[in-house]
Every structure is written in C-alpha cells, then in structure tokens.
Design a protein around this ligand. Structure first.
Ligand SMILES: NC(=O)c1ccc[n+]([C@@H]2O[C@H](COP(=O)([O-])OP(=O)(O)OC[C@H]3O[C@@H](n4cnc5c(N)ncnc54)[C@H](O)[C@@H]3O)[C@@H](O)[C@H]2O)c1
Ligand SMILES: [Zn+2]
Length: 545
C-alpha cells in the first residue's frame, strides 16, 4: 500500500475470518471420513481431529448416551461449541459428524478452516459399512434403516453439495481416496472475488495457473492483440509460457521488456508502452498483461488505465509482495522525480492470476520482504493467520506450495474485503497502512526494501501502541520474534530522526501535516490514531524502543 488518505475519527476494524489451510471432510456416516481423515493427516504431517470424538471427550459420554440424556438438540449444541473451537489457527484435517454441516454457522466455520471435501457413498454401501452399528448410530435406529439412510441423504444433499470437491468412496480404496484428496488439495485453484459492483474481479491462485492465462481470458470480451509487459529476467523464465498460453487461446501477443527497478516506473516508460500498443495495433478491447512484481504491475496498470482512456488490464504478479498486495486493490501509478506514486489512478484489473510456481525463482530477500505484508495482514485482521505464520515459518521459507497458497489466498481475502468496503480509500482502507507511516519514511531515508522498512515500521508502531497502553508487552514480543525469525530487520540504528519525521509529514497519507498511525490493540485488531505524542515517535525512531 503506497498512498492512503485516512478520514478522521477512531476506527477499529476487524475484518476477515480465520482460514488455516487445513482440510475438512464432510459427508454421511459410513463414507470413510475418519479412516480417510487420519491417514490424510499423517500424509500431510498435520494433526487430525474427529468432531464426534471431541464431542464425546467434552461431554465425557458416548454419543448415544448424549442423545439419550440431552436429546439431539443437546448433542448439536456441544457439536457447535466444538466446531467453533477449531478456528484457532492450527492447520489440521477435520472429519465432521454427518449432520454437523446442516447448521449454517458450523458450515461457515468449517469452510474457513480450508477446502471442504464431501465423501459420499450410495445408501447400500453406507448400510453395509454401518450394519451392526445401530447401537452407536442413534439416527439409524428404526426398522427400515436403508430407507432412513436414503431419506437423510436426500435431505442433506443440498448442504453436502456446497462442498468444494466430492469423492465417491464406494469406488476407491481408503488409500486411493487419501491420494485423491491430497492431489486435489495441492493442485487446487483458489478463487477470491473482489466485490466492487460492476468492477468486481477474481483473484485466481494456484500452483501453475500461468499456463491457463489464455484460457481464462477467453471468458472476457477481448480482441486478439495483447501486450505482455515484463522484465528481461522474468521474460526469460516465464515469458514463453505466457505467450504460448495466450496464443493457444487465440490471442496475438507482443511482449515488451522493461529493465528492472523502480526508476522505470516513470512517465517516459509509460510512453514507451503506448508506442508499443500503437505499433501492435491495439484497440479498446485489447488487453495489457502485467507479468512481474509491483513495479511492472503499477507501470503496466498505469499505461492500461490511460491508453485510449482505459484498456482491459490483467495482473500476473510474480513476486510475493505483488501477489499479496500490489496486484490487488486497483491502485496503479508511476513515480515523479519528487516522490513515489505521485501520478496514478484507481483502475481495477479484469483478473489477477497468482501462479505460485513463479515464486520458486524469487530471490530470498524479496520473499522475506513480501512476508512483511503477510505478517501485517495477521496483525490488522487475523490472529489465526499470525499464528499460522509462527507455526509454519520453516515451510514458508522453503516455499512449500500448500503453505504459500494459504498465505497468498488469506492475504488477498483480507485485502479484498477491506478494499471492497472502501474502494477509493476514504476510511477503513487506512488499516492496510499499518507499519507504513514510519516504514515509508525509513524506506525513503535508508533505501532498504519496502518490506524490510515496513517490518521495522510495524515493530515501531507496536512499541508506540505499548507506550500508549493499547497493546500488551507479550504481543509486542511476539511480533518482534516473528519479524526476526522471518529474517527481517526489527530496528534501524543511526536514523536521521528529524529528516525521517520531515519525510513522514510530507507523506501522502498525512493529513494537514499530522501523521496518522495505525496502532494494534492486540494481534488481529488495529485502530487509526492521530493523537500519538510526537515525543513517542521521536523516541522510537531514535532508540528503537
Ligand atoms: N499498487 C499497489 O497497491 C502497490 C502496493 C504495494 C507496492 N506497490 C509497488 O510495488 C513495487 C514493489 O513491488 P515488488 O516488491 O514486487 O518489487 P519489484 O517489482 O521491483 O520486484 C522485486 C524484484 O523481484 C524480481 N522478481 C519478481 N518476480 C520474480 C520472480 N518470480 N522470479 C525472480 N525474480 C522476480 C523483480 O525483477 C525485481 O528485481 C513498488 O514500486 C511499490 O510502489 C504497489
Ligand atoms: Zn506495503
């Protein structure tokens, strides 16, 4: 987030739900949820929970006894509490009781834990697998169990039908089913809708979605000429796949290589892109595709927003920072010699395609810098995400695709939600600037990477919040620890403090020369404050405390 104009007042926001990147198995009794669930958990190296087992533990009674003593409603109440308790940020495989998903609140919690997979089987298979279980399966009591199973299956079909994927377990062994779920979950595309009325668009996240770019673009009303804007190094790795995919879908792509670096985010380079569009014979329905990090996204987006008063724009972000932040939200800009992002527009893309495999070649330092923004989302909106990063940092730094998929998806979800509530940055969008008020000034003063400066900015904001008695010391310690473990700086010694404060005053997000701070009240919740004593800022910039 580069610019922000906050409105007055104190705003406390807590958007978003938890999503821990686990897997949830739903379905009728006897479809193999438990048998598949624990083997799947072992294969993924995560814990397994069976909600029925948790219920029995909580109630210290077997399920038939709970039904006998408290009725089905008593059982459902315990079930609901148990399911709610699973939204604690831990990634796991969850198998649910067959009726658990009938309650919409339960379904919402389960969906937030990861993809929901419906295991199904024909009534005859269910009967054969559960025969002799009537004592422990209260819902099957009665004299025509097959008919009872059929009628319950009919009743539940619409709810089970809301799952992300389904597998008929009567046709596969348990091991096959485990393999199918695992493969599906790893190759899954996640789609996040950014809801902006007529300007709404999808963010598609997946391991190799780059190869499906052309295919995806066919659903829009576009003419054949397309311009891909990228850097030479990225063109070498991913340019061929991009243009192949476009050609296969009937487009005629041209590719422009812009040299690396922020210096190219400029009007002269925008003009070179206009030339390329004119030379390539592009019209109002010809798309511009940004293939690269935030520099390419901002520059190509700016050119797309202004050429012929706006041509279709598609983001294919390849850096972590661009995937979780720059490509979402519709801000495009070029720099002016007197300041970054001074010439720009709000211009929404038609589509954002985040291909996780492209992160494999991202330099380590850039990956860590991108993580600063992901940590930011945890602090502003989602304690579950924060805990998830703490728990999976090694896998993140090893670029485990499943873990990265979750981080990118959850970050985009949070940003999409905040942006949808405030497209043009009048209010709530300001919370995305957590860590950026001091961070930007430090970035300008020191020339460190944006994410590195933001990491310091977040730590400093947390220290200020602690001094203002908004935030407890334990949360500050957790944030510092996570920043350090990520390999990001948590302080900047030897800063020119007066110059840094001066830079802060001229930041676009300061109002009337008074910097506005986003301060955490706890991990997962922030407030906008413009009453921070200048002394606290001076002191934290000077001493790091
Ligand atoms: N529009 C917005 O909302 C918004 C938000 C945040 C940042 N930004 C802008 O984004 C820019 C920073 O973005 P960035 O951090 O992506 O910087 P960047 O675009 O300069 O990319 C960082 C480096 O990584 C390289 N790179 C990118 N993807 C790669 C890959 N897959 N493999 C190998 N190398 C790869 C790039 O070539 C570059 O050297 C800034 O200009 C900033 O102003 C915009
Ligand atoms: Zn940022």
């Amino acid at each position: 987030m580069e610019t922000a104009r906050a409105t007055g007042g104190r705003e406390v926001a807590e958007p978003g739900k938890h999503q821990t990147g686990g897997i949830v198995l739903i379905g009728f009794m006897g479809t193999g949820k438990t048998a598949v669930g624990w083997r799947l958990a072992r294969a993924l190296g995560v814990p397994f929970v069976d909600t029925d087992a948790l219920i029995e533990k909580k109630a210290a009674a077997r399920i038939p006894e709970i039904f006998e003593q408290q009725g089905e409603s008593g059982f459902r109440a315990i079930e609901k509490a148990v399911i709610r308790s699973l939204a604690d940020g831990v990634r796991r495989v969850v198998a649910t009781g067959g009726g658990a998903v009938l309650d919409p609140d339960n379904f919402a919690v389960l969906r937030s834990l990861g993809p929901v997979i419906h295991l199904k089987a024909p009534a005859e298979t269910v009967l054969a697998r559960t025969r002799g279980d009537s004592g422990v399966r209260p819902l099957l009591a009665g004299n025509d169990p097959l008919e009872r199973i059929r009628s319950l299956q009919r009743e539940r079909a619409p709810v089970y039908g809301r799952a992300d994927h389904e597998i008929d377990t009567s046709r596969h062994t348990i091991e096959e089913t485990v393999g199918m779920v695992k493969t599906w979950a790893e190759s899954e595309e996640r789609v996040i809708r950014v809801d902006l009325g007529p300007d709404s668009y999808d963010i598609v996240i997946g391991p190799e979605v780059l190869d499906r770019l052309g295919q995806r673009m066919k659903s829009f009303d576009l003419t054949g000429r397309a311009l891909v804007v990228t850097h030479p190094g990225i063109a070498e790795r991913y340019g061929g796949r991009t243009t192949d995919s476009l050609r296969a879908a009937g487009f005629e792509p041209d590719l422009v290589e812009v040299p690396e670096g922020e210096a190219q985010k400029s009007l002269p380079w925008a003009e070179k892109l206009y030339d390329a569009m004119l030379d390539h014979g592009m019209d109002r329905r010809s798309p511009v595709i940004a293939l690269g990090g935030g520099v390419i996204g901002d520059l190509a987006g700016f050119a797309a927003a202004t050429f012929l008063r706006g041509v279709p724009f598609i983001q294919v972000p390849t850096s972590l920072l661009a995937q979780v932040d720059a490509s979402v939200g519709g801000k495009v800009a070029v720099d002016h010699r007197r300041g970054k992002n001074l010439i720009g527009a709000f211009y929404q893309p038609l589509l954002v395609l985040a291909s996780l495999d492209t992160l494999d070649s991202l330099p380590d330092r850039e990956l860590r810098a991108g993580m600063a923004e992901v940590i930011k989302y945890g602090v502003i909106a989602d304690p579950g995400l924060f805990a998830y990063i703490e728990g999976r940092l090694d896998d993140i730094l090893k670029r485990d695709r499943g873990v990265l998929a979750h981080l990118v998806a959850r970050s985009c979800e949070i940003k999409a939600e905040v942006v949808a509530g405030d497209e043009r940055e009048q209010g709530r969008r300001a919370i995305l600037n957590f860590g950026h008020t001091m961070g930007h000034a430090i970035e300008t003063q020191t020339g460190m990477l944006h994410g590195e400066a933001v990491a310091i900015g977040m730590v400093y904001a947390a220290r200020v919040a602690e001094r203002m008695e908004m935030l407890d010391g334990e949360s500050v310690r957790r944030l510092i620890e996570l920043v350090r473990r990520t390999g990001l700086p948590d302080r900047c010694d030897g800063l020119d403090v007066p110059a840094t404060i001066e830079t802060m005053k001229f930041d676009k997000k300061s109002v009337g020369g008074r910097p506005r701070f986003i301060l955490p009240g706890r991990i997962g919740k922030v407030a906008v404050r413009d009453d921070v004593p200048a002394e606290y800022i001076r002191s934290v910039l000077a001493t790091g405390n």
